[in-house]
Write a protein that binds this ligand. Structure first.
Ligand code: ZN
Length: 211
C-alpha cells in the first residue's frame, strides 16, 4: 500500500516537473524570463507544490531543477527553492482551485508597473480578455493590482493576501518594477492567462506611447 502510494506521488511529481520545464522553455523563448529571473510552480495536492529551484537559467531548465515545498514554503527536497516561494504558497493556500502559477519579469510588466501611478491597472474593451477564465465579453474590465516591490517576500505575501481577502483573487497582479504573477486551474490555463496578460500589458504600453 505504502509503495503504491509512493509510486502515484512520484508519478504526479514527474508530470508536474515535465510541465514546468516545458512552460519554462516556452516563457524564456518569449523573452519574459531574462537572466535567471522568474519562477513557476504546480500544485501537487493540498499540502505540497512543485516549484523551480533558485537562480537557474529558465531557457536551460531541466527536471532536476524542480523541487517540492510544503504550503508554508519549507523545502521537502535537498535544494534551495525560489526566493519568491511564499508568493506561490500564499496563492495555493488562498484558492484551492489554483493548480499552476507563472511569474515572469517581462519588459512590458516592468514598464507598465513603473509608469502606472495608481495601485491597479484596468484593462477593458479588448476581445482577448475573453481568453481569461470567467470573462465572456470584451466589455468586461480586468483589474490587475500593482504592489510595490520589496525584498521582504513574507511581508509582500501578507499584503497580497490581505488585498485578495478584500478585493477577490482575480487573475493576476503586478509587482512594481519587477514583474507579473498569474495563475490558472492547471498549467494549460495558467499558460493561456500568461500569454493573454502579456499581450494586454504590451497593448497598454504601446497605446500609451501613441497618446
Ligand atoms: Zn521575481
Amino acid at each position: 500500500m505504502a509503495t503504491a502510494e509512493l509510486t502515484v506521488t512520484e508519478r504526479q511529481f514527474e508530470h508536474a516537473a515535465r510541465e514546468l520545464v516545458q512552460a519554462s522553455h516556452w516563457i524564456h523563448s518569449r523573452g519574459w524570463a531574462p537572466a535567471t529571473s522568474s519562477n513557476f510552480s504546480c500544485r501537487l495536492d493540498a499540502e505540497r507544490c512543485a516549484i523551480t529551484v533558485s537562480g537557474k537559467d529558465k531557457g536551460r531548465l531541466s527536471e532536476t531543477d524542480i523541487m517540492r515545498v510544503d504550503m508554508a514554503g519549507r523545502p521537502l527536497d535537498a535544494a534551495q527553492p525560489s526566493a519568491e516561494t511564499l508568493l506561490h504558497t500564499q496563492l495555493y493556500r488562498r484558492e484551492p482551485g489554483i493548480g499552476a502559477i507563472l511569474h515572469t519579469h517581462s519588459t512590458h510588466a516592468v514598464l507598465v508597473s513603473m509608469h502606472t501611478q495608481e495601485d491597479c491597472l484596468i484593462v477593458s474593451g479588448l476581445e482577448l480578455l475573453k481568453a481569461l477564465a470567467g470573462i465572456n465579453s470584451h466589455e468586461a474590465s480586468l483589474r490587475i493590482p500593482i504592489f510595490d516591490n520589496t525584498q521582504h517576500i513574507a511581508a509582500l505575501a501578507t499584503a497580497v493576501d490581505e488585498a485578495m481577502q478584500r478585493d477577490g483573487t482575480g487573475h493576476a497582479y503586478l509587482i512594481r518594477g519587477h514583474g507579473l504573477y498569474t495563475w490558472g486551474a492547471d498549467m494549460n490555463e495558467a499558460r493561456r492567462h500568461l500569454e493573454t496578460i502579456e499581450f494586454l500589458l504590451e497593448y497598454t504600453w504601446r497605446s500609451a506611447q501613441r497618446a
